[in-house]
Design a protein around this ligand. Sequence first.
Ligand SMILES: [Zn+2]
Length: 103
Amino acid sequence: MEIFSRDGIDYNIEDCSVIDIFNYNELIVLKVIREILQEDHSLCRCPICLEDLFALSMNSIPPRYIQITSIKKYVNSGSFIDEKTIRKKVLEAWEKIKSKPGH
Ligand SMILES: [Zn+2]
């Protein structure tokens, strides 16, 4: 299977599209990374470090795939992972990257 971009991924299973199922934590990781970059201007902003940060953060946080219409339900559920916990994981990922940058 060769995939060159997200646009090349087929999200159809028989007659059902699963395109609207997404990892909620991905949105929070993106939000937190943007906030951290605004707060700390000393962090490297090269594409390698930012990609490593996103990937390392995502791998350290359990995924929470939900339907796009179920955000409210998920946020009030027992499996919800709060932003504070996610921020801690992103900061841990930054520490790892800072100590051994890939650039
Ligand atoms: Zn860098």
